[in-house]
Design a protein around this ligand. Structure first.
Ligand code: MN3
Length: 201
């Protein structure tokens, strides 16, 4: 049985960047629903009971066909949101430092050029999906609740939810304003730890 992880900060901790109303709805309702529907699907296949979420979504071909779609959507939703809460912090924003900044500058020319490219890709997701920074510092997008892990890629450093439910209450249709605000709360320390871990492996 999977459970909803704690947010790790108060609903209103991200201030005007992402309101308490969105955080509460997004965490308590949307994420909880992914957890509940994932558990309901897995309950029909007790032989999968000891698998981690990463094991399940990294190898969807091994998931029985009758629940594969549910594990893809709700297992992906659970993984993605569990990561997303950690990618943001009330102490976030600013620029990355150290080897992560060095890597980004080496790949994109400058931090701002990276932000521009990530933003363009996030705005280019048609409908619902996610934008990701991968450990090789490439930027990829996925549709719906798909995860780079499902495409044989490693776990992302950071991910940005661009479903309308992530911003509509605050920003209506203005996804660009939401993406701009995300950079005020992104936890570069969290991303840097994941990047350094990747470099060591
Ligand atoms: Mn979401």
């Amino acid at each position: 049985m999977f459970t909803l992880p704690e947010l790790g900060y108060a609903y209103d901790a991200l201030g005007e960047n992402i309101s308490a109303a969105i955080m509460q709805l997004h965490h308590d309702k949307h994420h909880q629903t992914y957890v509940d529907k994932l558990n309901a699907a897995l309950a029909t296949h007790p032989e999968l009971g000891d698998k981690t979420i990463v094991e399940l979504i990294s190898n969807l071909d091994a998931v029985p066909e009758d629940i594969r779609g549910a594990v893809r959507n709700h297992g992906g939703g659970h993984y993605n949101h569990s990561l997303f809460w950690k990618v943001m912090s009330p102490n976030g924003g600013g620029e990355p430092t150290g080897v992560l900044l060095d890597g980004i500058v080496a790949k994109y020319g400058s931090y701002q050029a990276f932000i521009d490219e990530f933003t363009t890709k996030a705005l280019g997701v048609f409908g619902s999906g996610w934008a990701w920074l991968q450990p090789d510092l490439s930027i990829v997008t996925t549709a719906n609740q798909d995860v780079p892990l499902m495409n044989g890629q490693p776990e992302p450093l950071i991910g940005l939810d661009v479903w309308e439910h992530a911003y509509y209450l605050d920003y209506k249709n203005k996804r660009d304003d939401y993406v701009k605000a995300f950079w005020n709360v992104v936890d570069w320390n969290f991303a840097a730890e994941r990047y350094e871990h990747h470099l060591r492996d």
